[in-house]
Unconditional design. Sequence first.
Lengths: 530, 77
Amino acid sequence: MELLTLGFLLFCIVLVIIYYLVPKTMQWWVLLAASLYFYAMSGIKNMIYVLITALSTYAATRMIQSLTDRQKEWIKANKKTTSKEERAAYKAHIQAKRRAILVAALLLNFGILCTFKYLHFLIAQVNTVISSFGASPINDTLKLIIPLGISFYTFQTMGYLVDVYWNKCPAEKNFGRVLLFVSFFPQMTQGPISNYKDLTTELFKEHTFTYHHFSWGAQRMFWGFFKKMVVANVLSAYVQDVFANYASYSGITTLIGAFMYSVQIYADFSGYMDMMCGFCEVLDIRLTENFERPYFSKSIAEYWRRWHSSLGAWFKTYVYYPMAMVKWNQRLGRWSKQKLGKTFGQTVPASVALVVVWLTTGLWHGASWAYIAWGGVNGIFIIVSLWMETVYASWKQKLGINEASWGWRAFQTIRTFILVTFIKVLPEVGTLSDGFGLWKQIFTNHTIPRSFHALLPFVDKKMPLLAVMIGTILIFVTSLIQRRQPIRQWLEDHTNYAVRILIFAVLFIVIVYFGYPASGNGGGFMYEQF
Amino acid sequence: MEELLEILNDINPDVDYSKEKNLIDGKVYDSFSIITLVSNISEEFDIEIGPEYLVPENFNSAEAMWKMIQKIQEDED
């Protein structure tokens, strides 16, 4: 089901009415029915993969939980009559069974994800290698269509599976509840990737309709529509043009296109989050926030804690920490401390873990060398800044830089935004060499455009560009206000009801006037493809 | 507890560990410091701290870390 349609709006209205009419204990059943209906509308065949993920996770978590309970009971009953070694042997026996179940469920679910996402890429790489030896290539005739949201719901569900394995939360007994956790429609196509405890606490509590929730939720939805339809969709046409024709544009035009892409992807992805978080607020459900004004970050590492933060949190919990704590990596860290010195040596386990995290983050975003390189570049910046932390500190001291000063913080923010923009465009132009080509164009083509058309050749009408510029300024100002308090609270404190109605009426007109004509540029959302 | 405070002071000596209750949530320690901390605790107390223990509640204060260490030692018995 397309989100920017009247059909979706109608679906939301009907859902809200039924949701608040049924007894409160039945509300989550309404959400489950709505989620399954929503997903079925994207293709009934895709339902089978969601069901496999939900069923396999339900079965695996129940089996793991049963083994955990059995172990606890056995230890309790035999603590006084067994030796420490006997108890350790029993624990190891149970742990081996638990691990086997975990690995089987992980292999099945990540196997499905990898088949859909990476099989074509893998065959292409194998063909490149075997062709160089003169062998005939594998005929890739499979027509795999990636099921909607599979990267998001698979990661979220596997997080729950590992949490049960780690005894962070008990296994859910009710399959319907697990199915809702997997398929909850506002977040299954583009996240946020929630953890089980946080999301289910919200889903399964009793929800009461309040005007405050309705009003604040609707305002946030409206703001999300504005960001997506006016800013992201209008910019989409400009950016596509620059990415397709950068070789014939000046460096400055290409650079503007790159910055436009940064604004576009933020307006697109955060616009989606605003729409869905707003809709969930109407339902009295608080979703995990995915953005915290990321373009105000002062380093790449900080940026990744504030952009798509639920994905970053997932990688931190389930990849970074386990990789950093694995025995061989810890031994490597101890060896490095002895051989390379304490300061550098203690960064080694984290650096190794970061390499794995960033290469997999790149692959998560897309099956191409461009995305792997994109992950690698992000990782290099983060790892090098970790290694250089003490060096930078001494430089700053020698140069007398006051880190708390406004000027230094502004410099860090602007520097990070520029770096992030350059890294972002790398996989988006096409192939990896196209990405590097765009970088080269920016740095080597010094042609100075002599007219507005030469500077922005992709702009055929000035009014949509003006709307985008005003929209971008509004997003910037809103972000500044949100550093201190939620913008909706600020509006309530500083404006009366009539002014707020007027503001949203203007936004509505702008959406209709500029957003609808641009909806053909990028009707879907950019993160849906991941 | 003495050994734990020594480890903590070695990583960040500018914190009053008897009062600070927000080491993680207050961003005093980041994910890199956590790894260094966990490595040093594992080495000093000869315990295995699995990733399941890496939650803010276990690292927000010296007291919480001490409780976690004792729990792991008990479980290993």
